[in-house]
Design a protein around this ligand. Structure first.
Ligand code: ASP
Length: 318
């Protein structure tokens, strides 16, 4: 079977508020998203697999310091980096996830190595790093992951905490990257990678590597990668809930994704968004905050990048 491919990527729902965004920065975000879409499209247009496409796209997002994952990851309150990542193959629901790691240049490759080279699905700490070493993945030192902007955000967050003026500006707190794809063979995959939340406690793990919360893929329904308040996404098992609504209630992808993002998450104060694709290649990218860095490509049909609501009707892109 060779159908059309669909690819959706995100660079997090922690967008810079429109009034603080400069034209230069906006252009840089669009250019980065466009470049990353091209990386995934290259795999899919050569009949490559969804799992290879989401791996390649997320690596490119991790390498891009504009986004909170890999290079450009946010800092814990102790000034360290602890990164989380997960990948899932919709063909057989094989999956791999890592939490709280620092060292591998591309945490998503470590998650994939857990999936392909161990009997486990979720690994942390030294054991996860050992998998990366055995897989001969590239490592970087702390300097590589440092960005002045993230450091300044940490200092500002800690200062606001001390002064009791902490607000919930998502651009300071949030961010994550992810990709979901349907390949020409009808297979789905999802991948998500994050530095987590600025000033998080050491040892805190968000939704991104929790299968069924921030990441999920099943050929029978959909592939999902989420971004937002991780604790709320874990409590609602967001990604699996969308898949379950499709299976058991017969809802469409956009109905299920919007019900969770626009109704259920706000009920528990969960700000954020997600990207999703179903087995027919239909896509959805709802969010309940100011915006979400995102891009999508439906082969020979529809291709764009977007940040804010005004740019298009993003709730259901297709
Ligand atoms: N969901 C991520 C986390 O909780 C953060 C984000 O996407 O903004 O770690």
């Amino acid at each position: 079977m060779t159908g059309r491919f669909s690819l959706v990527i995100h660079g997090g729902a922690g967008v810079i508020q429109p009034e603080q965004m400069t034209k230069e920065r906006e252009t840089a975000y669009h250019a980065a998203l466009d470049r990353v879409l091209g990386v995934g499209e290259k795999v899919l247009s050569k009949d490559g697999s969804a799992i290879d496409a989401v791996t390649a796209a997320v690596c490119a997002l991790e390498d891009e310091p504009l986004f909170n994952a890999g290079r450009g990851a946010v800092f814990t309150r102790e000034g360290t980096h602890e990164m989380d990542a997960a990948i899932m193959d919709g063909r057989d629901r094989r999956t791999g996830a890592v939490a709280g790691i620092c060292g591998p240049r591309n945490p998503i490759r470590t998650a994939r190595a857990v999936m392909e080279q161990t009997d486990h699905v979720f690994m942390i700490g030294e054991g996860a790093l050992d998998v990366a070493r055995r897989a001969e993945l590239s490592f970087e030192d702390e300097r590589y992951f440092f960005t002045q902007e993230r450091w300044d955000s940490l200092q500002e967050t800690l200062r606001m905490e001390r002064e009791g003026t902490l607000d919930d500006d998502p651009s300071r707190r949030h961010g994550t990257v992810g990709a979901v794809a349907l390949d020409r063979h009808g297979n789905l995959a999802a991948a998500t990678s994050t530095g987590g939340m600025t000033a998080k406690r050491q040892g805190r793990v968000g939704d991104s590597p929790v299968i069924g919360a921030g990441t999920f893929a099943d050929n029978a329904t959909c592939a999902i990668s989420a971004t937002g308040d991780g604790e709320a996404y874990i409590r609602l098992c967001v990604a699996h809930e969308i898949s379950a609504r499709m299976r058991f209630l017969g809802e469409s992808l956009s109905q299920a994704a919007e019900a969770i993002t626009l109704s259920e998450l706000p009920m528990i104060g969960g700000s954020g968004g997600l990207i999703a694709v179903d087995s027919k290649g239909r896509i959805s990218a709802p969010y309940n905050c100011d915006g979400m860095y995102r891009g999508w490509s439906i082969e020979n049909q529809n291709r764009a990048t977007a940040i804010y609501e005004s740019e298009n009707r993003s709730r259901t892109e297709s």
